[in-house]
Ligand binder design. Structure first.
Ligand code: AMP
Ligand code: MG
Length: 408
């Protein structure tokens, strides 16, 4: 049996990041950028108007008010999308729409509401004094040309999509998605939708894994429910070893009479790096490699396999795609946490920031590795290393936020 730290280290040493490929902008959602995105233009690209109004020289509007407006000559129109080279001389103004280029010589925008309006008249009355720079968006004020706007390793969310479009990127270089095979094993498993008999159990791991793999930004290329039967396991795993970057199995990896998974992996030539980790839940975790494929044999209990996925497979998928690591947080426990003297302890939990800005967390009261309802409403996994110490309410503990969990 090895420690959690050692297990994590062994896995990370065996990860060879995948290559990259080009995708179109509208297929880039949830992919990981393989290159920095550098601004090829400044943003804004030129000084432009933030409002519909008149470009003026602020000095020409000095003293203007409702009862004694200033009258300026209207010498042109500048609107978004139309390039113009109008030059503004003293005493002149230009109709300037939102996004329209600020003419040379102008230093301020008077909003249309403070003028006699967009009439087709040769002159315009200005009812309010303008301040220099007012309602002008300056070239490069948001992003300078050459700035790194998004760094490689970032996951592409709606914000990144928007910025990629803003800078005109049509094809995006992203990391290749890991190909994943999901296999759940057990003679007792029955699919949702079928009538259950005594002794059977509905297969939930398969559905949890499918969701988690999708959430992780990987691609499911194979999936099967397999009986506790050596031949069937052999057939499925050997096929998977040829096509998958990651193989995930659940069940059949403990000490039971019909637990053949580890044996079959070994017989197929998988190099075993560890089996059994000093942790609760998830002790019988198996990890091996074959070529560049990573093979994870997870125990069948639903909480064990869920937590093992989040603590070992999720980070592996991130590393394969050179994605930035999720940070851990330290939160204050509202209840005692059951530290184990010999095993790293994980529990689902709920965390939130209270009105004083303090990060608090409550571990689930459902401790059993078979109790998947513990994950309902959870937004984090709490963890404590083994040792002869206690974690009481008020003590700090490590929090791993679940990406999709909402705060309280
Ligand atoms: P095992 O690791 O195969 O000994 O399984 C441990 C426990 O997890 C048993 O009670 C199984 O019935 C349960 N289990 C195994 N696979 C699944 C699954 N796919 N969905 C739900 N429970 C499972
Ligand atoms: Mg089993």
């Amino acid at each position: 049996m090895i420690s959690v730290k050692k297990a994590q280290l062994i896995i990370s040493k065996n990860i060879r990041p995948l290559g990259f490929e080009s995708v179109l902008l509208n297929n880039a959602r949830n992919r990981i950028l393989s290159q920095d995105i550098i601004a090829n233009i400044p943003m804004p690209q030129f000084d432009n108007s933030a409002m519909d109004g008149f470009a003026v020289r602020a000095a020409d509007t000095k003293g203007a008010n409702k009862s004694s407006p200033k009258t300026l000559m209207m010498v042109g129109v500048s609107s978004a999308g139309v390039s113009n080279d109008i030059i503004l001389h003293p005493g002149e103004c230009v109709q300037c729409m939102t996004g329209g280029k600020i003419p040379k010589g102008a230093d301020s925008i008077v909003i249309v509401e403070n003028s006699s309006g967009f009439l087709d008249s040769k002159t315009v009355k200005i009812f309010k004094e303008a301040k220099i720079g007012e309602h002008i968006r300056k070239r490069g004020e948001e992003v300078q040309e050459g700035d790194v706007v998004i760094s490689k390793g970032t996951c592409i969310t709606p914000s990144e999509i928007g910025i990629l479009a803003t800078f005109g990127c049509e094809k995006i270089s992203v990391m290749i998605k890991p190909k994943v095979g999901i296999f759940v094993t057990g003679n007792e498993l029955i699919e949702p939708g079928h009538k259950i008999k005594l002794g059977q159990i509905y297969n939930s791991n398969f559905y949890v894994f499918s969701e988690l793999v999708e959430q992780s930004g990987a691609e499911i290329v194979m999936s099967e429910v397999i009986k506790d039967d050596k031949d069937s396991l052999q057939k499925s795993f050997s096929k998977a070893l040829q096509v998958c970057d990651i193989i995930i199995s659940s069940g059949g990896v403990s000490m039971g009479r019909f637990d053949y998974v580890r044996e079959v992996y070994n017989e197929l030539g998988v190099q075993e790096h560890f089996w059994k980790v000093a942790q609760k839940p998830g002790k019988p975790l198996f990890f091996g490699t074959m070529g560049t494929s990573l093979i994870f044999g997870l125990p069948g209990n639903p909480v064990s396999s869920f937590i093992c996925y989040m603590k070992y497979i999720y980070p592996a998928i991130q590393r394969l795609q050179k994605k930035k690591k999720n940070p851990q947080h330290q939160g204050v426990l509202t209840d005692d946490f059951p530290v184990d003297t010999k095993k790293h302890r994980y529990l689902f939990g709920r965390s939130w920031i209270n009105s004083h800005g303090k990060l608090l967390c409550t571990p689930t009261s459902k401790m059993g590795s078979h109790m998947l309802t513990a994950s309902l409403g959870s937004n984090c996994i709490l963890e404590s290393p083994p040792g002869k110490y206690k974690l009481k309410a008020g003590d700090k503990i490590t929090i791993n936020l679940l990406n999709w969990g909402s705060s309280k």
